[in-house]
Design a protein around this ligand. Structure first.
Ligand code: CP
Ligand code: NVA
Length: 302
């Protein structure tokens, strides 16, 4: 069975720590690995992307492989071919399949039927690749992960959920401040509050994301902006965090909405490092998943 990365919780705490260690090595020596030499990774995009596409495409190339970017409107899925059949065929050619989609069922369907690892490159519910880059950014800033506190302020969305799930696995306390109607569902991890100041007080990092996600109904945008307006990250809110706290944002940013321009480009941000770290973390992930799996091709399915 291939090893998939759909929610991020497929990896143990030990594997996540080792992955971050490996990502640091690959960041210091980007061409040290040819784990994908002469192999292809299919990267399916049903939604727009800047960082995910660029970091996967560059990362696969640095590992010696070929990134095959596929837009769903150019694939036969757009004409009704099933995800199952798409998974069977891609598995015969690619060493791994990444997918960014507006339908969680598409990731789940690929993972069910593919005979190579499937990587969730963002779905409405999860963004685990982002969480890996976040761990790497925290680790290189603070030298550790366990015992850190991260305050996520804003919409309780895919990025917040993955941060809670993956962050808590490595011993980070994640607090999520969101208004009623925009909060994550209660779970075993994550401390949920509606008060940004309460979440941020003493935190090592303060994190936010857009108020209107790609899978949100555009008609809800004005209402979302109204409800989330008190959840903007600004210098005053950051001042409540630990003295050496950093500001994080998965990007794309909307300065003046979820973050002020002063914070986005200020001296406490690690946001641009965080964007770079997507590549290093995902290279370590590809090594882990593909190293365990072996060659593409399938013995199951059609
Ligand atoms: N953070 C992130 O996933 O960015 P993109 O949407 O540009 O890929
Ligand atoms: N929550 C955002 C993240 C973008 C990287 C979205 O899903 O659009």
């Amino acid at each position: 069975m291939p090893r998939h990365f759909v929610t991020g919780t497929e990896l143990s705490a030990g594997e996540l720590h080792a992955l971050v260690d490996r990502a640091l090595e690959l960041k210091a020596a980007p061409h040290a690995s040819d784990a994908l030499r002469r192999r292809t990774v299919a990267l399916i995009f049903q939604k727009p992307s800047t960082r995910t596409r660029v970091s996967f495409e560059a990362g696969v190339a640095e590992l010696g492989g070929h990134p095959m970017v596929l837009h769903t409107d150019e694939l036969q899925v757009s004409r009704g071919e099933s995800i199952r059949d798409t998974a069977y065929v891609l598995s015969r050619h690619a060493a791994a399949i990444g997918i960014r989609t507006g339908e969680d069922e598409m990731v789940d369907g690929l993972a069910e039927h593919a005979t190579v690892p499937v990587i969730n490159m963002l779905s409405p519910s999860h963004h685990p690749c982002q969480a890996l880059a976040d761990l790497l950014t925290l680790r290189e800033t603070f030298g550790r992960l366990k015992g850190l506190t991260v305050a996520y302020v804003g919409d309780g969305n895919n990025v917040a959920r993955s941060l809670v799930e993956v962050g808590s696995a490595v011993g980070i306390e994640v607090r999520v401040a969101a208004p009623d109607g925009y909060q994550l569902e209660p779970g075993p991890h994550g401390i949920l509050t509606s008060d940004p100041a309460e979440a941020v007080r003493g935190a090592n990092a303060v994190y936010t994301d857009v108020w209107v996600s790609m899978s949100d109904d555009p008609a809800s945008a004005a209402e979302r902006r109204r409800a989330l307006a008190p959840y903007r990250i600004d210098d005053e809110l950051l001042d409540l965090a630990a003295p050496d706290a950093i500001a994080l944002h998965c990007l794309p940013a909307h300065p003046g909405e979820e973050i002020t321009e002063q914070v986005l480009y200020g001296d406490r941000e690690r946001i641009w490092d965080q964007a770079e770290n997507r590549r290093h973390a995902q290279k370590a992930l590809l090594e882990l998943l593909i190293g365990e799996h072996g060659s593409p091709g399938g013995s199951t399915g059609a």
